[in-house]
Design a protein around this ligand. Structure first.
Ligand SMILES: Nc1ccn([C@@H]2O[C@H](COP(=O)(O)OP(=O)(O)OP(=O)(O)O)[C@@H](O)[C@H]2O)c(=O)n1
Ligand SMILES: Nc1nc2c(ncn2[C@@H]2O[C@H](COP(=O)(O)OP(=O)(O)O)[C@@H](O)[C@H]2O)c(=O)[nH]1
Ligand SMILES: [Mg+2]
Length: 201
């Protein structure tokens, strides 16, 4: 008990940025740039889940089935993974990019209860046609079982239904910065940098 309280304490005051946008909008691409420029720790919830799948564990097999269908993994599973990863990096991290989470308003609320409040929600915006095109292209080489036409459609539907309300939720708190991910990567990153530079130290 004592120990888990201590380790949780380590991330209590961490700088937290949520990176939200549709599938294939360019979240991962921009996060890579942010890491290079600002030294933040990038935690992609999708990557954490895929690592569990790759481990071949029983839990990984259950996750694989859900992800293949483009559905959402249970909230507690993802949140525990993110929290453990944050605690592991707490001593060396200047801040955390939480990429692909929250996927629904409830996930954001639980994150705040168990971990802390975000200071920024970076909204990576692209048109659905653009996202579909990028995902199909990525699917040629990604090896991801969910980068196929049928699952992409489901992921997009779920994004508009469950995840877009997350943006409205944080907009009412005044922490949303939207970047136009239709632009070339460098130009998107100019907007991303402005959003991060505007944060109070
Ligand atoms: N918080 C999360 C993150 C991911 N997933 C599951 O993992 C899949 C892939 O997630 P992610 O890698 O974030 O995919 P995308 O939204 O397509 O974004 P990206 O292209 O950055 O990987 C989702 O469809 C979903 O099944 C989830 O349930 N909950
Ligand atoms: N043209 C263009 N392509 C991009 C941009 N950002 C990402 N991509 C491509 O779109 C695909 C999805 O990007 P990724 O970062 O994986 O998106 P995520 O699903 O939101 O994490 C990748 O193949 C990228 O190379 C961009 O700003 N412009
Ligand atoms: Mg990604």
């Amino acid at each position: 008990m004592e120990k888990s309280f201590d380790s949780q304490d380590k991330i209590k005051d961490a700088k937290i940025i949520f990176v939200v946008g549709g599938p294939g909008s360019g979240k991962g691409t921009q996060c890579e740039r942010i890491v290079a420029k600002y030294g933040y720790t990038h935690l992609s919830s999708g990557d954490l889940l895929r690592a569990e799948v790759a481990s071949g564990s029983d839990r990984g097999k259950q996750l694989q089935a859900i992800m293949q269908k483009g559905e959402l993994v249970p909230l507690d599973t993802v949140l525990d993974m993110i929290k453990d990863a944050m605690i592991a990096k707490a001593d060396v991290s200047k801040g955390f990019l939480i990429d692909g989470y929250p996927r629904e308003v409830k996930q954001g609320e639980e994150f705040e209860k168990k971990i802390g409040k975000p200071c920024l929600l970076l909204y990576v915006d692209a048109k659905s046609e653009t996202m579909i095109k990028r995902l199909l292209k990525r699917g040629e080489t990604s090896g991801r079982s969910d980068d196929n036409e049928e699952t992409i459609k489901k992921r997009l539907d779920l994004y508009y239904k469950a995840t877009e309300p997350v943006i409205a939720f944080y907009e009412s708190r005044g922490i949303v910065k939207k970047v136009d991910s239709e632009l070339p990567v460098d130009e998107v990153f100019v907007q991303v940098s402005q959003a991060i530079d505007s944060l109070k130290p």
